[in-house]
Write a protein that binds this ligand. Structure first.
Ligand code: GDP
Length: 198
């Protein structure tokens, strides 16, 4: 699959305003500042497809990118969650939207969950894994910013996450990733290829 063909399609404030629920979609979710935008840009080999920001928590929209002309294959950038400065009520609202999207979106064939390798498996990450599990939605975890750890420490983090997710090993895969070093891009492409080939 040629991910560099990804183009911005639309932004939607809610699930109801997303493009028609047909074709195949792969969504990206993660805690604010985990490195989701950087991962999307690296995977699509584009500098600024998804906005990266030093001010986390500002992307509240669902951003949709199409892969190729017909918009039947899409990448979906879901709002980051957990940003401390967002009021609790707004946080809960986003979380509800996210869960609803994951539960109801028929074209959704896989979820990429982006986590900072130094802070993996937050409470809400685990909640999303539960939601995905309920509908047998496969999940691929990117442990990103792997360049921030020494190689041995990064491998340990990977092993720890794998062992904590053993009960979900049929649905969930995990890898190290670094947008800065372009580490793990081929592995991520292979997993996405499988989902988008549906
Ligand atoms: P998002 O809020 O999850 O979309 O996170 P961003 O992609 O905007 O990244 C948040 C911050 O982490 C930015 O300052 C990025 O430059 C930095 N960052 C993202 N990915 C990496 C990475 O792989 N390595 C390093 N060292 N920094 C990264």
């Amino acid at each position: 699959f040629n991910y560099s063909l990804a183009r911005f399609l639309t932004s939607a404030p809610t699930l109801a305003r997303c493009p028609e629920d047909s074709g195949v979609e792969v969504a990206f979710a993660g805690r604010s500042n985990a490195g989701k935008s950087s991962a999307i840009n690296t995977i699509t080999q584009q500098k600024a497809l998804a906005r990266t920001s030093k001010t986390p928590g500002r992307t509240q929209l669902i951003n949709v990118f199409s892969l190729g002309e017909d918009s039947e294959r899409r990448l979906v950038d879901l709002p980051g969650y957990g940003y401390a400065k967002v009021p609790e009520k707004v946080k809960l609202e986003w979380q509800r939207h996210l869960a609803e999207y994951l539960q109801k979106r028929a074209s959704l064939k896989g979820l990429v969950l982006v986590m900072d390798v130094r802070h993996p498996l937050t409470e809400f990450d685990l909640a999303l894994l539960d939601v995905a599990d309920e509908r047998d939605l496969p999940v691929h975890i990117l442990l990103t910013k792997a360049d921030k750890l020494k190689q041995g420490a990064a491998k340990n983090a990977l092993q720890q996450v794998r062992s904590r997710l053993r009960e979900w090993e049929d649905l969930v895969s995990v890898q190290l990733f670094s947008a800065l070093k372009r580490q793990g891009v081929d592995e991520a492409h292979r997993r996405l290829d499988g989902w988008l080939a549906h």
